[in-house]
Design a binder for this molecule. Structure first.
Ligand code: SAH
Ligand code: SF4
Length: 344
């Protein structure tokens, strides 16, 4: 598939033709990463953030947010619950902080989770930009995958979405540093951003390929009412369509990487994540953050599953995944064949 074909698909509105694309992408997923969908239990452990991305609900300038940080014991309890539910891995996510207290806290919790789960639970981090030294400390403490979305591969668009002291090249270099250290590296973008063109989206997929990414986590942009970015012409249906087409195209081009069906898909359509699986995704990140905190970690409006506890989320997802014709890879780390090939 060339750039021209990708652009054509991004503009395709005919549901019958789109179904064909999704079927092809799902078959490609089955061929290259297998029939299984893997769960990563997502723990959103703190909404303190030192950054001010214009699109994000927990940006530091949003004074309407009630800030929280989970205690170490609470995080450990979530990790144990993930293991009991037979999820192979967890993702620890929070706002970005580079202070030593935070770095030590994460380092410590990584050691404790590894000890409490006999090293069996895979740990992915999603804690933003850090120095090489910090990434190394966390790697040594037991994290083996890192998610850092580039947000957009266009430096010009990046500039429009962030304050002047947020840097595209620093973020891109972080991805390279993570790879050098030995992490499996995940990145992704938001889809349907103000000012974003279809050409930008094609370049995003080419960026994933060029940077030799192991996993892709991308999802529709969903506005948050307390941010400066709220667009006048936001079209949720169109963002959902584009989100699914992007999953399918990424699968067809990158083939053997892990691709997540982002929760933001579900904010736009109750069946958004199953549709993501049907379009070629093979990872789902069920939220296992305690319900009391979940409502304070709101990156965008209409965040789904605010009231369900972790077990309810699990059984609801099981039903949904099976209905989508896929199988769940319980108890496995589910590393992408792309990453495993490199480590051999
Ligand atoms: N602070 C870390 C991790 C938490 S934010 C970081 O920024 O990497 C995780 C992701 O949420 C971001 O990468 C961004 O792509 C996504 N996000 C933020 N605001 C969003 C919005 N309004 N709609 C959709 N996704 C959003
Ligand atoms: Fe902070 Fe991440 Fe939100 Fe940016 S996207 S404001 S770094 S939590």
């Amino acid at each position: 598939m060339n750039t021209f074909d990708m652009l054509k698909w991004l503009g395709e509105k005919d549901p019958v033709k789109l179904e064909e694309l999704f079927r092809e992408a799902r078959a490609c997923a089955v061929r290259h990463v297998g029939t299984k969908v893997y769960f990563r239990g997502l723990i959103e452990f703190s909404n303190y953030c030192a950054k001010d991305c214009y699109y994000c609900g927990i940006r530091k300038s949003n004074t309407n947010v009630i800030r929280f940080s989970m205690e170490e014991d609470e995080i450990l309890q979530c990790a144990r619950a993930a293991q009991e539910m037979d999820y192979g891995s967890i993702v620890l996510q929070s706002g970005e902080r580079q202070d030593e207290t935070h770095i030590c806290f994460v380092e410590d919790i990584l050691h404790k989770i590894k000890a409490a789960t006999s090293g069996k639970l895979g740990i992915t981090l999603s804690l933003g930009e850090q120095t090489q030294e910090t990434y190394e400390r966390w790697f040594k403490a037991g994290a083996h995958r890192y998610l850092l979305r580039i947000e957009t591969s266009s430096p010009a668009l990046y500039k429009k979405l962030h304050p002047a002291d947020h840097s595209f090249s620093t973020r891109r270099d972080c991805l390279r540093t993570l790879r050098k250290i030995g992490y499996q590296v995940g990145t992704g973008v938001m889809i349907g951003l103000p000012f974003q063109t279809h050409k930008n989206l094609v370049e995003d997929i080419l960026f994933f390929k060029k940077e030799d990414i192991d996993m892709v986590g991308m999802g529709p942009y969903v506005p948050h009412g307390d941010t400066p970015l709220v667009p006048a012409d936001h079209d949720p249906e169109e963002n959902l369509r584009l989100g699914l087409v992007m999953i399918a195209l990424t699968r067809l081009i990158l083939k053997n990487v892990n691709i997540a069906a982002a929760t933001a898909l579900q904010a736009l359509d109750p069946e958004g994540r199953e549709k993501g699986v049907q379009a070629g995704a093979n990872i789902i990140m069920p939220n296992i953050t305690p319900t009391d905190y979940r409502k304070f970690y709101r990156l965008y409006d209409n965040k789904p599953c605010l009231d369900e506890n972790a077990l309810q989320c699990k059984s609801c997802l099981e039903r949904r995944i099976e209905a989508a014709g896929a199988e769940i890879g319980y108890g496995e780390w589910g590393d992408s064949p792309h990453a495993l090939k490199k480590s051999m």
